[in-house]
Write a protein that binds this ligand. Structure first.
Ligand SMILES: [Mg+2]
Length: 225
């Protein structure tokens, strides 16, 4: 599909519309907290961050974690709330003083003027996104942050939610992101996928993950619209 014929543009946030979060550091901190609870790495090492907290919490709540103890549920709950707080604090710290990329408003504003629909689909929390992009609602039809949805990408239901609410069809929709999971989730639903190099991945990684094509950043994307 030519991008100029697309009707719905779904953007990732961090690394795509704004500078990337230090996700490796955030992950290190979540893992350190999880290890400190005695959760075996095999239960979480392969997972994304929020999923680590869910899986480790489930393990802590199980009898396997501390046979004979009756405190499973309390311990699991305390861990989960501490871990979620860690992520949120990290996101809000990173958001303080951060701005969207210089061309973000121009690109989104141009899409709006051309009567295209736009959504942001992000695993970041809504408060952090709004801190970085306070006027997001003026530029974007639908923000679907972590706390706005039940299922997070790479679960396709996160992206499907944007298509459903904005009446987008996969044939006329584009997923734009800096992460491999953005390309994977876009491909799963049959969207055209554009990888941007302004975040966490290089061109070979994005291509291998399913990008139909690659641009340096969203400013360059505008040239294709
Ligand atoms: Mg990203």
């Amino acid at each position: 599909m030519k991008l100029s014929t697309a009707e719905l543009f779904v953007f990732d946030f961090d690394g795509t519309l704004a500078p990337n979060l230090d996700l490796p550091e955030m992950r290190r901190r979540v893992i350190a907290l999880t290890r400190a609870q005695g959760v075996p790495a095999a239960h979480f090492a392969h997972l994304y961050m929020v999923e680590i907290i869910t899986a480790a919490g489930a393990w802590l709540a199980s009898t396997e974690s501390s046979p004979g103890s009756v405190q499973h549920a309390e311990r699991a709950e305390a861990y989960q709330s501490q871990a979620h707080q860690l992520i949120e604090d990290f996101e809000l710290d990173a958001a303080a003083g951060m701005e969207v990329f210089p061309k973000t408003r121009e690109v989104l504003g141009g899409l709006k003027q051309a009567d295209k629909r736009t959504s942001i689909v992000t695993r970041n929390c809504e408060q952090a996104v709004r801190q970085v992009f306070p006027d997001v609602d003026d530029y974007c039809d639908l923000l679907l942050a972590r706390d706005n949805v039940e299922f997070l990408k790479p679960d396709p239901r996160h992206l499907q939610c944007a298509l459903t609410h904005l009446e987008g069809t996969p044939q006329r929709s584009v997923m734009i992101g800096d992460g491999r999971m953005d390309m994977q989730v876009g491909r799963t639903l049959g969207l055209t996928c554009v990888g941007v190099l302004s975040g966490s991945s290089d061109a070979p990684a994005l291509t291998a993950a399913g990008a139909h094509f690659i641009v340096e950043n969203i400013a360059e994307l505008a040239a294709h619209l």
